[in-house]
Write a protein that binds this ligand. Structure first.
Ligand code: HEM
Length: 184
């Protein structure tokens, strides 16, 4: 059976993709972004002092902690990329994690800078399959981290990472939260 331009199976797959793509990513992105801030306390303080940096801070968290580490593509034509010959039909793995630290694109790429501009990270991919949920993801990250700015956050244990070469995930991030009395 068809619904609009999609077969029933394609339609069901699309909802499955929404559920997985929208869930796994943020489930890892929120603690990943928080851990990055905790590991860079001067930048966390800077964000608290100047919350107008929230949008660029979120882009930097996404660059620094890419949630989807790689995707595979199939070359549709012969080409040379970065000096390597790739033939039509060959599989190519695109490492977002690596592209996000490319020194030719990002000055001092290993520095976490919440005001980094421009910040052309590829954590949402690129091209025709650019993440459909990027705006929703950014809105969710904004609302969580805006709220977290009113809390003191303390790491009270060892973070436990997800064992995966695909998702950059955290299984466990033990933190203690205490409501801040003022915006110091
Ligand atoms: C921070 C959170 C997220 C990250 C880092 C992320 C990352 C990605 C990446 C890397 C791709 C592949 C892009 C490519 O192939 O070039 C993608 C595709 C996609 N994402 Fe997200 N995503 C996030 C959140 C979401 C949310 C909240 C939704 C929807 C509820 C969503 C829905 C999708 C869909 C449907 C695609 C497939 C688009 C297509 O193939 O045309 N994502 N995402």
């Amino acid at each position: 059976m068809r619904r609009g331009g999609l077969t029933e199976a394609e339609f069901e797959n699309m909802f499955f993709l929404f559920a997985v793509a929208g869930n796994e990513t943020l489930r890892n992105g929120i603690p990943g972004g928080l851990l990055t801030l905790l590991e860079h306390p001067a930048e966390f303080d800077r964000l608290r002092a100047d919350p107008v940096l929230l949008d660029s801070a979120i882009e930097e968290m996404l660059r620094f902690w890419p949630l989807v580490m790689h995707f595979r593509r199939t070359a549709t034509r012969d080409l040379t990329l970065g000096g390597r010959r790739i033939r039509a039909g060959e599989k190519v793995v695109v490492y977002h994690a690596s592209a996000n630290r490319d020194p030719a694109v990002f000055p001092d790429p290993d520095r976490f800078d919440i005001a980094r501009t421009p910040n052309d990270h590829v954590s949402f991919g690129f091209g025709p399959h650019f993440c459909l949920g990027a705006h929703l993801a950014r809105a969710q990250l904004r609302s969580v981290f805006r709220e977290l700015l009113s809390w003191d956050v303390e790491l009270v244990g060892t973070p436990r990472r997800l064992v995966s070469n695909f998702q950059n995930g955290l299984k466990h991030l033990p933190v203690r939260l205490r409501r801040r009395t003022s915006n110091r």
